[in-house]
Write a protein that binds this ligand. Sequence first.
Ligand code: FAD
Length: 280
Amino acid sequence: MLPTAFDYHRPTSLNEALTLLARLGDDGRVLAGGHSLLPAMKLRLAQPASLVDLGSINELRRIEVKGDRISIGAMATHADILTSAPLAKASALFQQTADQIGDLQVRNCGTIGGSLAHADPAADWPATVLALDAELDVASPTGRRTVAATDFFVDMLQTSLKSGEILCEIRCASPGDRSAYVKTDQKASGFALCGVAVVVDQKAKRVRVGVTGVAPVPYRAREVERALEGRTLDAESIESAARHAADGVVPLNDIHASADFRAHLARVNTARAIRRALGQ
Ligand code: FAD
């Protein structure tokens, strides 16, 4: 099916994009890589009257690593992240996540910001930004605000972004070597049946675990984190903590996987991701 007719705008600065979105109101919609929005438009699930394409706003595609601080522009594609030398030097976590997203074409077009803003429950980046304890920088015509990754995902396909806002940047501390992303994919699409990102924060002496694909909303596996607090990370403590990876969530149950299987994957992938993060 073809989408309904729409106007197309391609601003070259963030301010221009924000002004356009403010003027267009509910008729306007941000376009990033288009890999989720365009299929939705073709199915007429989304019918925006105007698209505001962020593709010519270079500042939104910047990737920077300064000391142990990392910032990734929302328009950085999965391939940009996969091939960024400074990011690779900072941590393997970014490459591990980007490398497991879709195929080459998807990685060349899809953006980290589009993925987060779309909030598909089976997308990969949400698990990683949760484990990173990342901050998301959001711009509106009235200024900027910072949203913690843990507050960003509100419901299935819903975030705390308000109408007219643009997600600009993802910021975090470098997770270093002790981090990993482990995913079980849905064989046809490559999306996550269950993806678990783990960061062993050596400064704070704690483990952070982000889980995607399992529940309608990606989540931090707090019970796993709590079970590991103050414990030596050995085979026994990891196995026993990972059993809590689906505690308190109602797993998705659909044609791709049952709720029980998803919960099982959450436990298994959590143990694997912690072990991998520790180089075991
Ligand atoms: P778009 O489709 O352009 O936008 C998505 C939504 O976010 C729209 O509502 C748009 O208005 C909004 N938006 C976009 N950018 C911003 C912004 N900066 N600020 C505010 N709102 C914004 N993803 C995975 O994680 N894992 C996979 O394995 C995977 N496999 C895929 C396989 C296929 C065949 C396809 C088509 C996609 C797959 N994806 C996968 C998703 C893909 O990688 C993209 O991340 C995703 O489609 C959204 O990113 P986008 O840049 O295309 O956003």
